[in-house]
Design a protein. Structure first.
Length: 127
């Protein structure tokens, strides 16, 4: 018997590929990468800052659909097409998280889906 549970919400963009928004396995929830797509229009936000805010709003919606919040994220992976935006990413992230901040990796990548400038995925643990 599988202990995997699908997590899905209309508060974040629908999956645009062969993946789920998130999967819960026991107390861990694995959130798929979110880019700066507005879930209502499925249009990409304009610019790095707007996309980054949308990424965190999308992650927040998926966390809430799983019964948690951004505060329950223990690991965050960030992917930026321009590491020159790293400081701005940190500034925006600080608007959504408080200490203790999640463990994190930030990686520079050549490109992202839909010509996005930023993407983030996460692991959340629910008590």
């Amino acid at each position: 018997m599988s202990t995997k549970q699908l997590v899905s919400t209309t508060g974040a963009p629908a999956a645009i590929g062969t993946y789920s928004q998130a999967i819960r396995a026991g107390s861990a929830v694995y959130l798929s990468g979110q880019i700066g797509l507005d879930p209502a229009s499925m249009q990409m936000q304009e610019g790095f800052e707007a996309q980054t805010h949308q990424v965190f709003k999308n992650l927040k919606a998926v966390c809430e659909a799983a019964g948690g919040s951004l505060a329950d994220i223990v690991k965050l992976n960030a992917f930026l097409t321009d590491l020159g935006n790293f400081a701005k990413f940190n500034e925006i992230m600080a608007q959504y998280f408080t200490e203790p901040f999640p463990a994190r990796a930030a990686v520079g990548v050549a490109s992202l889906p839909r010509a996005g400038l930023v993407e983030a995925d996460a692991i959340m643990v629910l008590e």
